[in-house]
Design a protein around this ligand. Structure first.
Ligand code: NAD
Length: 333
């Protein structure tokens, strides 16, 4: 029976990336019934909400989605479609695996880390106001519930996937109450997983250690803003935004997406790298229990990269569709 998956084609370069990924998945012979749902700039331009209610309802009903990047309209009052989806679907765990890919040169040989970023609270709660005419307040909102579920998700992931270490990342030396709450809960939950080595690091030290001692780290769990910044740092270590995948999990649904945005300046140029969205789709296949298809696609991707077929960001001249076609040919070989 076909897996039902909601598909958001996205804005900017999104539709080109989706076309390449669809082509590869088809070549891997996975039976997927794509259910197209709309969100993003296109909706705003058509006078609709940036994420229509029908889209939220459909993703809730189907439970799984693949999302190309969307453009956040610039201007007062504009909300991010991405933040809206995460909030309304309660996708509290943003999971970003970063690892070196054969064929993608990086000085960080042997990098293999999974970052768990809390996705619904922190400064992203967007509670902001002018306290006086000249002073702005932005409220950092952290709850015990929010900390518990992301920290437990990280430890459960480590247990299920044979990962040996979980490190909690915070700034509790300065934000003693908000980050202090995260740290206290991290230590409480860590005690329930004695087989997993755990310790905590302050975010600035963690960033420094990521680029000096990356082999020491396995699973990292952190608050929303630190996770946002740290996962882009890690994406750079992996070889750039063109290759960094991601997934958002809630208790009822999961939405898979690349770390990067809609790269609007390359729209229609058939130029950007579909690897990040393709690897996000392989995380989706794993979630759907399609492990063989996941392995086949990863193998074909690596074989393609090793042959030197690469898009511009990795120093090559392949187009988006050409790169997808090369991977599909590997799968058929
Ligand atoms: P961006 O990630 O879209 O692009 C930044 C630069 O990274 C690009 O100019 C390009 O040089 C490179 N890049 C990105 N993706 C690439 C790919 N697949 N292959 C090769 N190179 C790639 O960031 P931005 O320009 O700051 O944001 C553009 C829009 O995307 C904004 O509206 C922003 O709000 C939105 N955005 C969306 C998401 C999302 O949908 N999850 C994430 C970040 C930004």
């Amino acid at each position: 029976m076909a897996h039902k998956v909601c598909l958001i084609r996205g804005d900017g370069t999104g539709p080109e990336l989706v076309a390449a990924v669809e082509h590869v998945i088809k070549a891997a012979k996975v039976d997927i019934e794509w259910i197209e749902v709309e969100a993003g700039l296109k909706c705003v331009e058509a006078g609709k909400p940036i994420v229509p209610d029908a889209t939220i309802q459909k993703i809730k009903e189907v439970g799984v989605g693949l999302k190309a990047p969307m453009t956040t309209p610039i201007g007062k009052g504009s909300v991010s479609p991405n933040v809206t989806l995460r909030k309304r679907l309660d996708l509290y765990a943003c999971v970003r695996p970063v690892r070196t890919l054969p064929g993608v040169p990086t000085p960080f040989d042997g990098l293999d880390i999974v970052i768990f970023r809390e996705n619904t609270e922190d400064l992203y709660a967007q509670i902001e106001y002018m306290a006086t005419e000249r002073v702005a307040h932005s409220v950092k909102m952290i709850s015990d519930f929010g900390c518990q579920r992301i920290i437990r998700a990280a430890f459960e992931y480590a247990r299920k996937n044979g990962r040996k270490k979980v490190v909690g990342v915070h700034k509790a030396n300065i934000m003693k109450i908000a980050d202090g709450l995260f740290l206290r809960i991290f230590k409480e939950i860590a005690a329930e997983y004695p087989e997993i080595e755990s310790w905590d690091n302050i975010i600035d030290n963690q960033c420094m250690q990521l680029v000096t001692k990356w082999k020491l780290y396995d699973v990292l769990v952190t608050l929303n803003l630190y996770g946002d910044i740290m996962s882009d740092l890690a994406a750079g270590m992996m070889g750039g935004l063109g290759v960094a995948p991601g997934a958002n999990f809630g208790d009822k649904c999961a939405l898979f997406e690349a770390v990067h945005g809609s790269a609007p300046k390359y729209t229609g140029m058939n130029k950007v790298n579909p690897t990040a969205l393709l690897l996000s789709a392989t995380l989706m296949l794993e979630h759907l229990g399609e492990k063989k298809a996941r392995d086949d696609i990863e193998g074909a991707l690596i074989a393609t990269l090793k042959k030197g077929v690469k898009t511009y960001d990795l120093g090559g001249s392949a187009t988006t569709s050409g790169f997808g076609e090369a991977i599909a040919s590997e799968l058929k070989a």
